[in-house]
Design a protein around this ligand. Sequence first.
Ligand code: ZN
Length: 168
Amino acid sequence: MTRFYATIFLMVMLVFGTSFHSLIKPVTYKSSPPTLGEWHFTPVIEICDEAPITRELLQEGLSWWKKRGYRFGEIQEAVPNGACETGSVRGTITIHKIKFGSTSTTYLHVLESGQINWAKIYLSEPMHSRVIEHELGHALGWDHYDVPGHLMHTNLLLGGWNDSGLNR
Ligand SMILES: [Zn+2]
C-alpha cells in the first residue's frame, strides 16, 4: 500500500514537473557583450574641470580594465585647447560632469571602419560603485549586455562584477 502511494506521488511530481518545465522559457544570451567599435591605438584620458571623480577612483577603474588586457595612455587634467575645451579630439577619452539628466552616459564616436575615434564619459554625482568601470566599458566599445550580475548590464542594480566576454 505504501509503495502504491509512493508511485502515485512520483507520477504527480513527474506530471507537474513536466508542466512546470514547459512554462519556463529558455533565455539565451550571446556568449559575449555586443561591441560597437574598438580602439586601434591607446587612448589618452583627459579629466575635465568639475568631473565628479578623483584621479584615484579613475585609476581603479582603469586598473580593472588593464587586468583584462586593455591599455590606456596617460591621464591628464583639462589642458588649454585640449579635448575638454575644444570638444572632440581623436584618440581621447574625456571625463565630464553630466549636463542633463542623472544617468551617467558615454558618447562614442566610431568611424565607418569600426575604429573608435573618441569617447566622452559624462558622470553624475554622487557616483555609485561600478559606474566608472561600466562607462569605461562603453568607452572601450562595449554595448549593454543584460546578463544578471554582468558589468555591462543596462541596470546598475541588476549588474555586478561579472566580466564574461570582456577579456582581451
Ligand atoms: Zn551603460
